[in-house]
Ligand binder design. Structure first.
Ligand code: FAD
Length: 381
C-alpha cells in the first residue's frame, strides 16, 4: 500500500452526553477523533499529541485512531446518524430558552501584523445543538441589555466554522471565527473600550470552561447543496466570512463522510488585509496540495497587493481576473456564495455587472436566473 496507515494514540476526553432532549440531539456517542490544533492543517493529525478538551470535565483516556498519513487520508467522523435527517436542524434553542454550552478553547488565529484580532473559538455543545455546514449559532453575551434594563443582551449571530462533526470529529463541538469589534474614536484615533463590541469581546476574552448561552442553529441560505457531489462551488469571502467555507472544505477534503464523496470543484476567493490576516491558511494550503483537481484558492491582500489599475487588491479584483471562467462555470450550474461584511457586496456586484455587460449579457437577468436556480447564496453582515 503506497499510503501507509498509522494508528495514533491520543489522550482525549470522552464526554458522555447529558442530553436534554433527544429531539434536539440526534445522537448519543462517545467515540472521539482529534486534532492537536484543529483549526490548522490536518498535518497536525500526524503529530503525537496529548490533549484534554476541558481539563475540569474530561478525564483523559487513551484511544487509538487510525489516521492515514498521506495526501489522500481522510478522518473518520461520528456519529454517522448526523447524516440521517432530511432537513437541517433549525432553532432548537431560542433566546428565551437558550442552551448553556462551554468554551473549549479560544485561539488567536492571525499574526502580529494583522489589523485587529480574530479568534477561533471551539464550543462544547455535547451533541445537543446539532447543525449543518453553513448554519449559524446565536450567542447571548452575559450582562444586561443597556437599551432594555433588566433584560438580557440581544442575540448575535456567528457563522459556524466547523462541520457538523466539529473540530474533534465527534459531533460534540462547534467552532466560530470571531473578529473582535474594537471602537476607535474618530477624533483622537484612540480605542474607546466603553464602545467596544460586547459579544465579540466576550467571546475572544472567554476561557476554557466558561459557560456560553447559545441559540439556533439558524440559516438555510448557506447550506451546502449536496444533491450533486460533482458540482462547482465558488466561495467568496472577506475576513471572518470564510467561516462557513472552512466547514464546507473540511467536509469535502478532510473528513471521510460515507454519503458525501466530493468530486467537483471548490474555488475559494478570500479577501483580507495582509498575509498575517489570512485565516485557516494551513488547512486550505493542504487541500491545494492534496486535491489540486478539486480545489482552487485565490487570495486578495488589500494592503500588500495592487490590482491592475494600481489600486488596492480587493476580492472583486480577483473575481474580475477570472471572470470568464466564473461566468462559464455559473452558466454550467455552479453555486456562488458570498459571506463577510456587507460592504463587500456593492464592489462585487458592480464588477459582475460590468463583466456581464462586456460579455453582452444583462446582469439583472443573469442574477434573477441565478437566484431562481438557487445558485446564488449571500450572507453578509
Ligand atoms: P456590538 O456590541 O453589537 O456593537 C456593534 C458595533 O458598534 C461594534 O463595532 C462596536 O464597537 C460599535 N459600538 C458600540 N457602541 C458604540 C457607540 N456608542 N458608538 C459607536 N459605535 C459603537 N461576526 C464574526 O466576527 N464572525 C462571524 O462568523 C459572524 N457571522 C455572522 C453571521 C450572521 C448571519 C450575522 C448577521 C452576523 C455575523 N457576525 C459575525 C457579526 C456578529 O453577529 C456581530 O454583529 C459582531 O460580532 C459585533 O457584535 P458585538 O456584540 O461585538 O458588537
Amino acid at each position: 500500500m503506497s499510503h501507509s496507515a498509522v494508528s495514533q494514540a491520543a489522550a482525549v476526553s470522552v464526554p458522555i452526553g447529558n442530553e436534554r432532549s433527544l429531539s434536539r440531539s440526534v445522537f448519543k456517542n462517545n467515540s472521539i477523533s482529534f486534532n492537536s490544533k484543529p483549526w490548522s492543517s490536518s498535518l497536525a493529525l500526524n503529530q503525537k499529541t496529548t490533549i484534554t478538551r476541558d481539563a475540569k470535565r474530561y478525564t483523559s483516556t487513551t484511544i487509538c485512531m487510525s489516521v492515514q498519513q498521506t495526501s489522500s487520508s481522510k478522518v473518520s467522523v461520528s456519529p454517522i446518524e448526523l447524516e440521517d435527517p432530511k432537513d437541517p436542524p433549525l432553532n432548537l434553542y431560542k433566546p428565551k430558552d437558550s442552551y448553556t454550552a462551554k468554551i473549549v478553547s479560544v485561539e488567536r488565529v492571525v499574526g502580529p501584523k494583522a489589523p485587529g484580532e480574530t479568534c477561533h473559538i471551539v464550543i462544547d455543545h455535547d451533541g445537543n445543538l446539532p447543525y449543518w455546514e453553513g448554519q449559524s449559532y446565536g450567542v447571548i453575551p452575559p450582562g444586561e441589555n443597556p437599551k432594555k434594563p433588566g433584560a438580557p443582551h440581544n442575540v448575535r449571530l456567528y457563522s459556524i466554522a466547523s462541520t457538523r462533526y466539529g473540530d474533534f470529529f465527534d459531533g460534540k463541538t462547534a467552532s466560530l471565527c470571531v473578529r473582535r469589534a474594537v471602537y476607535y474614536d474618530p477624533e483622537t484615533g484612540k480605542e474607546d473600550p466603553s464602545k467596544n463590541g460586547i459579544c465579540s469581546n466576550f467571546l475572544c476574552d472567554s476561557k476554557p470552561g466558561d459557560k456560553i448561552q447559545i441559540t439556533g442553529p439558524s440559516g438555510k441560505v448557506m447550506l451546502l447543496p449536496e444533491n450533486d457531489p460533482n458540482a462547482t462551488h465558488i466561495m467568496i469571502a472577506t475576513g471572518t466570512g470564510v467561516a462557513p467555507y472552512r466547514g464546507y472544505l473540511r467536509r469535502m477534503f478532510m473528513e471521510n463522510v460515507p454519503n458525501f464523496k466530493f468530486g467537483g470543484l471548490a474555488w475559494l476567493f478570500l479577501g483580507v488585509a495582509n498575509t498575517d490576516s489570512l485565516l485557516y491558511d494551513d488547512e486550505f494550503s493542504k487541500y491545494l496540495k492534496d486535491h489540486p483537481e478539486n480545489f482552487r484558492f485565490d487570495k486578495a491582500l488589500s494592503r500588500e497587493e495592487k490590482n491592475k489599475k494600481g489600486g488596492k487588491m480587493y476580492v472583486q479584483d480577483k473575481i474580475e481576473e477570472y471572470s470568464d471562467e466564473i461566468f462559464k462555470l455559473l452558466d454550467n450550474g455552479a453555486h456562488i456564495y458570498f459571506c463577510g461584511l456587507k460592504g463587500m457586496m456593492p464592489g462585487i456586484q458592480d464588477t459582475l455587472k460590468r463583466v456581464a455587460e462586456e460579455r453582452g449579457e444583462s446582469w439583472d437577468l443573469k442574477l434573477s436566473q441565478l437566484r431562481k436556480n438557487k445558485q446564488w447564496h449571500v450572507e453578509v453582515y
